[in-house]
Design a protein around this ligand. Structure first.
Ligand SMILES: [Zn+2]
Length: 251
């Protein structure tokens, strides 16, 4: 279904958002697909729940995928807005994963470089969507934080380097994506335990670097500069960094 077919089923706010974003279009149409179509196109199953969506682009088209397209219920509007945020930044030439990477690089991308890119983009478009369209993605972030604290964090270990990277990423993620002061307070306390305090300190040094992104209009060069600063602060060896890190011009 192309964006015109789905447009009439969306709320006026989401129609406006879609029109604003597509006014920057690079000529590639936006197409909405369900899980099955997505799998045929990309060869990968997205395994979405009813309240999730995902976004990808090819040379010819952009795709937003939902578990099912019909009916287009109001519950689907938050996940669709979320993916529109990623589309918005894609149309501003934000860096994207290099498709020709080794399995080893892919593993690192999936566990660190990709999730970091995600959360840094959220730091830009969560406030943008809230301030300009009244679309509140923090609602989802708050629910996920509660779930993380109740069901996931209690089983987390800090034993390997992989555990550490993942815990730091989680720290940054929920600081960026949740705005509930009550749950933020509990979250900070959970990370203040001995076992996690060093990771919290790294997270605290990374956060202001990321938060600066929200104060400027989207700029891929500035974004890559900040992304590099975060990797340095997290002490990630430079030879492992994704290719797009070298695209930064002198600032
Ligand atoms: Zn996202």
């Amino acid at each position: 279904m192309d964006s015109e077919d789905i447009r009439s089923q969306l709320s006026p706010t989401l129609q406006k958002l879609m029109d604003d974003i597509l006014s920057h279009s690079d000529g590639r149409p936006l197409v909405f697909v369900d899980e099955l179509e997505y799998e045929i196109i990309t060869g990968k199953s997205p395994e979405l729940t009813e309240d999730e969506a995902c976004f990808t682009g090819s040379e010819k088209r952009f795709f937003i995928c939902l578990k099912s397209l019909a009916p287009m219920t109001p519950e689907k509007e938050l996940p669709v807005s979320h993916e529109m945020g990623h589309l918005w930044l894609t149309l501003h030439s934000f860096p994207r994963e290099n498709r020709n990477i080794s399995d080893e690089q892919q593993k690192r991308y999936d566990s660190l470089f990709g999730p970091l890119l995600e959360v840094m983009e959220h730091a830009i478009f969560y406030p943008w969507l809230k301030n300009n369209y009244g679309i509140d993605l923090y609602r989802v972030g708050n629910q996920r934080l509660v779930d993380f604290l109740k069901n996931k964090f209690p089983n987390r270990k800090n034993e390997s380097q992989g555990d550490q990277v993942s815990l730091i990423l989680n720290y940054i993620k929920f600081k960026v994506e949740s705005n509930s002061s009550y749950w933020q307070e509990r979250f900070s306390r959970a990370y203040s335990k001995n076992k996690f305090i060093d990771l919290k300190l790294v997270g605290e040094r990374v956060l202001p670097i990321i938060q600066e992104l929200a104060s400027k209009p989207p700029d891929p060069q500035y974004f890559i500069k900040k992304y590099r600063e975060v990797l340095e602060t997290m002490n990630i060896e430079q030879e492992l960094w994704p290719d797009f890190c070298s695209l930064v011009k002198k600032y």
